[in-house]
Write a protein that binds this ligand. Structure first.
Ligand SMILES: Nc1ncnc2c1ncn2[C@@H]1O[C@H](COP(=O)(O)OP(=O)(O)OP(=O)(O)O)[C@@H](O)[C@H]1O
Length: 262
């Protein structure tokens, strides 16, 4: 049985109003435990809407999401989100930010100290646990966001363009580090990116989306073994996967221009 499945997902914002937006149309798929799935598609095609629907934050207009065959009704402890803009609390230290989900679950700082420190160490921020977000670089802030998500020990990590606010060099390092962490912690990941390179580098499968109303129009298996390193990027098949995704995106963006929406 797949870990997650979703069937006939339609999301219509402001249904019946003049400003109605059909964001997702008949989106169906399955995700197996341990898979890293990237979602890539033209701007505004419904990627975040899909991620939030899979998290249970958005109730679809039609269709359902299942985890282990059970219909989800809303956000739950088996899923955690990593946000593009880090979403840290500026008045709290690194430790307190990472402990946030555990505190929500009613746990006291002193009881979770070792657990929280394990994840702070995992993202290489040991020694920074008493610092505040404004004392950290963008890459360090995103590490805090990642540690916070891992600390609640979710089965499924939902990541919405997690590296887009980080400089190119730090981004490449973080991609490798996150893959290493995922191998140790055995997570299932659903990851939105605008970067074709990142999608190929990180993923077992890439969902390619159409222009709005968003549909998954291809489910591309990236048949390159892990661990993936910077040398992976030199493989001929790596370039072939990138070209394939690029051709798809070019076609969709052209369609968007022709519809006058880009
Ligand atoms: N709460 C909302 N109310 C109305 N329309 C919305 C809402 N949220 C998103 N939309 C619209 O739904 C469509 C899909 O938005 P979504 O953010 O899911 O796309 P995206 O692919 O993640 O975009 P981007 O690539 O720019 O991040 C867009 O046209 C957006 O303007």
């Amino acid at each position: 049985m797949p870990l997650m499945s979703f069937e006939g997902i339609n999301v219509i914002y402001n249904q019946g109003q003049p400003n109605q937006v059909h964001a997702l149309k008949d989106v169906t798929g399955t995700i197996t435990e341990g898979e890293f799935i990237s979602i890539i598609g033209p701007s505004g095609c419904g990627k975040s809407t899909l991620l939030h629907t899979l998290d249970g934050l958005i109730h679809p207009t039609a269709g359902h999401v299942y985890i282990n065959g059970k219909r989800i009704e809303g956000p739950s402890g088996e899923k955690a989100m990593v946000f593009q803009d880090f979403a840290l609390m500026p008045w709290q230290t690194v430790f307190q930010n990472v402990a946030f989900g555990l505190r929500l679950a009613g746990k006291k700082d002193r009881d979770v100290k070792d657990h929280v420190m394990r994840f702070i160490k995992m993202v290489g921020l040991e020694g920074f646990e008493h610092k505040y977000p404004h004392q950290l670089s963008g890459g360090m802030k995103q590490r805090v966001g990642i540690a916070r998500a891992f600390a609640v020990e979710p089965k499924i990590l939902l990541m919405d363009e997690p590296f887009s606010a980080i400089d190119e060099q730090t981004r490449e390092i973080m991609q490798e580090e996150v893959l290493k962490m995922l191998q140790q912690e055995k997570k299932t990941v659903i990851f939105i990116t605008h970067s074709i390179d990142e999608a190929v580098f990180m993923s077992h499968r890439v969902f390619l989306m159409s222009v709005r109303p968003g549909r998954i129009i291809d489910d591309l298996k990236i048949d390159i073994p892990y661990p993936r390193t910077l040398e992976t990027k030199l493989l001929p098949q790596y370039q072939e996967y990138k070209s394939k995704i690029w051709d798809h995106l070019k076609g969709e963006v052209t369609r968007q221009y022709q519809k006058g929406e880009a």
